[in-house]
Design a protein around this ligand. Structure first.
Ligand SMILES: [Fe+2]
Length: 163
């Protein structure tokens, strides 16, 4: 394997790790204000646990390449924070704003893992490619679920906001 491409793959996996760690923090905050929508809350809680396991799996990929994950926050993590700041600031549409941001994030994750899968295969790291493709499918499932929930959450919060 080319040394420089291996380094690039490590850097990209590190970005994915930082991204998952950032998402864990965001989801931890989200679950707290979803008491009025227990079904959504339960699914977000499940995704929070899944995200922790994804971070661990990405970490193992980095270690497989003989490196350690770095703790520095990437642009991905910063983007997550920025996305969280969006919103009206009104309590009534909080879950909707979370769902909008989550849908965007899930699609970003799908794109990231698709790219990582391609890069890992390119350097013959098939086990890493398998892990990244598996995570991509988990993100696709979550994105599909969010897509179904968006109209439902919109109706509920839109009606709760004003007469
Ligand atoms: Fe994820």
């Amino acid at each position: 394997m080319s040394q420089s491409r291996k380094d690039t793959l490590v850097a990209w996996l590190n970005d994915a790790y930082a991204m998952e760690e950032g998402i864990v923090e965001v989801l931890e905050r989200q679950v707290k204000h979803m008491d009025e929508m227990p079904d959504v809350q339960m699914r977000i809680q499940q995704h929070l646990e899944l995200t922790r396991s994804q971070a661990e799996r990405v970490k193992s990929c980095v270690e497989r390449l003989g490196e350690k994950v770095s703790k520095t926050k990437s642009v991905f993590a910063n983007a997550m924070g920025a996305m969280q700041g969006m919103g009206t600031g009104m309590a009534e549409d909080k879950v909707l704003k979370d769902a909008l941001a989550d849908y965007a994030v899930e699609n970003f994750e799908i794109a990231s893992y698709m790219s990582l899968t391609t890069a890992a295969k390119d350097v013959g790291e098939y086990e890493i490619a398998r892990v990244c493709e598996g995570i991509m499918h988990e993100e696709e499932e979550m994105a599909d679920w969010l897509r179904q929930q968006l109209p439902v959450v919109t109706e509920i919060e839109f009606h709760a906001m004003a007469m």
